[in-house]
Design a binder for this molecule. Sequence first.
Ligand SMILES: CCCC/C=C/CC(=O)SCCNC(=O)CCNC(=O)[C@H](O)C(C)(C)COP(=O)(O)OP(=O)(O)OC[C@H]1O[C@@H](n2cnc3c(N)ncnc32)[C@H](O)[C@@H]1OP(=O)(O)O
Length: 359
Amino acid sequence: MGACQKDFESAVNQVKLLKKDPGNEVKLKLYALYKQATEGACNTPKPGLFDLINKAKWDAWNALGNLPKETARQNYVDLVSGLRSSSDSSSQVKPEADKKRAGYDTLVITSEDCITKIMLNRPAKKNALTTQMYREIMLALEAASKDDSTITVFTGNGDYYSSGNDLTNFTDIPPGGIEEKAKNSAILLRDFVDCFIDFPKPLVAVVNGPAVGISVTILGLFDLVYASDRATFHTPFSHLGQTPEGCSSYTFPKIMGPAKAVEMLIFGKKLTAGEAYAQGLVTEVFPDSTFQKEVWTRLKAYSKLPQNAMHISKQIIRNHEKEKLHAINAEESRILQERWLSDECMNAVMDFFSRKAKL
Ligand SMILES: CCCC/C=C/CC(=O)SCCNC(=O)CCNC(=O)[C@H](O)C(C)(C)COP(=O)(O)OP(=O)(O)OC[C@H]1O[C@@H](n2cnc3c(N)ncnc32)[C@H](O)[C@@H]1OP(=O)(O)O
């Protein structure tokens, strides 16, 4: 069966995650297959003799002749999958002595007592989520789904849980311009949220401090949300000219009822931990002074429950609406792709940076 568009788009994202540079020859192959898969046979004039890089790229693309787009897409997916498995197997030779996983720049990942902990680690930036961070989280979730832990925990390092999407993500514009940026971001967002929808084990958020934006919305896809009484929950989407993501347009009204969901998602009402608990978004609130101790004691006890029973129960609960959640995620991502190009959104992002500049 040929690779579907989604497999292809995911392979395009995976290329950016390769730990080892695959070398120029492979990069040219990837380029040529990408162009063939997206635009068909080479249709641009041959670059001049001295334009060496563009000529090498053109030659590689042109060499594919009339290869059908679908075959190019499949070949691209196969090539990336080969690159990924060779980079995975080269990382397997690393000694497993250290419980802290190597290879992550923005996260600290540890496994202990059958619990894999994924800690967002940009405390100086309030754990704002960069593009790299979204990608590392996806990799960490994939690894956690296959390791021998029974539950997986998300938390933040420092005084914040997370301030949501890093607004500087909007300033890194690729050669294709802001339209390409919005398209890539929508794909990244959809893939990111899909990982949470499909995650097979109990997923716990240990919300150590304020949470903003997407770090709040995806809580609706977690199985337990423990919050310090210092935590707050804020989704200022309208203020940012944006719209809800993380399936919150569906999970929030379901969890807290439409009236309360609208206060958060449209009017940007910031909830205290107590309010979030009263509305069902948070499972339990703990005093900040004893938060870590109480939560980890509880989680260690839970992690000793029979693994298969827990995982199968999670599957039964999630399977009822998995398809629906994927469809909602795709729709929310599509709408955001348009929003990110709107004046409302661009002005809000510029406001954030000009406020910073005035400090
Ligand atoms: C591709 C997928 C896209 C998914 C889309 C998701 C949508 C969202 O998540 S919307 C939410 C976006 N987040 C925000 O709007 C929050 C913006 N930040 C703030 O309002 C404030 O920084 C704060 C209220 C979180 C904290 O304020 P405080 O005064 O305590 O600290 P600061 O001095 O502002 O922050 C310290 C440092 O961190 C930088 N920073 C914090 N959050 C962000 C962020 N979200 N994006 C970029 N940078 C952030 C802040 O600028 C400071 O940096 P400097 O020390 O360099 O000035």
